[in-house]
Ligand binder design. Structure first.
Ligand SMILES: [Fe+2]
Length: 303
């Protein structure tokens, strides 16, 4: 069986389930985002159950993408998730060099099947639950040229906004940090701990503090809105993470764009970073906005 290192995992996108993507992508577009690709009909992902409707968005950064997926969801397991959870962050996707081998490796190590391995026109892929039930999508591009486009690294707007990754609320934070390290080859960049509160910032093997700052944060449920969501839905993908050169200006721009205030910018006592929380207006999905944060891997390893 191939090891996690051999499978070459890199973070790719976060998927939002949204029933009106044409209307609801506008708060993102007004908040300095751009569309990296729009896929509908007979491209990208066609199955016997129908076709997809996907819009990919990026903001300021090079690699990390947001994917908006809309009904009619093509697979029964997707329709079931929509029925049970409605609007929400549905999955995180990693790219691999070998999707078939990745499925064997994940199922042998605590993941459980959601969507069996399938060969699509442009990629091979599948979906599993991680050990706490969050969805992981795995893709291996098989077409010579087909890719979801990436932006160059260029912070957007006067506030210097970038989408840099996502956070997940865990039931057992330490167990999940170990699992994503051992099974998905994620590395710990920095840990913030205070009693039963914790945030662990993880990155993939291609992390670069300037050019490719894709972050994957595992955390305890810290705020009331996180505890309430977890009580209802279980461990979940909790927020998209943004960083800005000027957090106050990014906050004002977000409110103007239609995002809703959840917690005004303030120093987070755990991380010491100027941090704000917002909700996207359609689904109430969480957004975490912080000041620029980019430790070098070597610093974290040396610490
Ligand atoms: Fe996806």
């Amino acid at each position: 069986m191939k090891t996690a290192v051999e499978l070459d995992y890199t973070l790719h996108h976060l998927c939002i389930y949204d029933d009106k993507p044409r209307d609801n992508m506008f708060p993102y577009l007004r908040w300095h985002h751009g569309i990296t690709n729009y896929f509908s009909g007979a491209v990208f992902h066609v199955t016997g159950e129908g076709h997809s409707d996907y819009t990919f968005l990026g903001c300021g950064g090079r690699a990390y993408q947001i994917q908006i997926e809309a009904p009619p969801f093509q697979f029964e397991y997707e329709r079931n998730w929509w029925r049970d959870h409605g609007h929400g962050y549905n999955h995180i996707c990693w790219l691999t060099s070998d999707a078939r081998a990745s499925m064997d490796q994940l199922l042998a190590n605590g993941a459980t099947e959601v969507m069996p391995f399938e060969e699509f026109p442009t990629y091979d892929g599948f979906v599993v639950h991680d050990p706490e039930g969050r969805w992981i999508e795995i893709m291996e591009y098989t077409d010579e040229t087909f890719r979801v486009q990436e932006f160059t690294h260029a912070p957007s707007g006067e506030c210097g906004l970038e989408v840099v990754g996502n956070a997940e609320v865990c039931q057992d934070l330490d167990a999940m940090v170990r699992w994503y390290q051992q099974i998905m080859d994620m590395r710990v960049l920095e840990e913030f701990r205070d009693g039963d509160q914790g945030m662990v910032v993880m990155v993939d093997k291609d992390y670069d503090p300037v050019e490719r700052r894709s972050l994957f944060i595992l955390q305890s449920a810290r705020h009331d809105f996180e505890k309430e969501h977890m009580a209802k839905h279980g461990p979940y993908i909790s927020s998209i993470i943004y960083q800005a050169k000027d957090v106050m200006r990014a906050w004002e721009d977000a409110l103007w764009a239609g995002m809703e205030a959840l917690q005004e910018p303030a120093i987070d006592p755990l991380t010491s970073l100027l941090t704000a929380h917002l909700r996207e207006p359609c689904g109430g999905n969480g957004i975490m906005l912080t000041e620029h944060y980019a430790p070098a891997v070597t610093q974290a390893e040396a610490a």
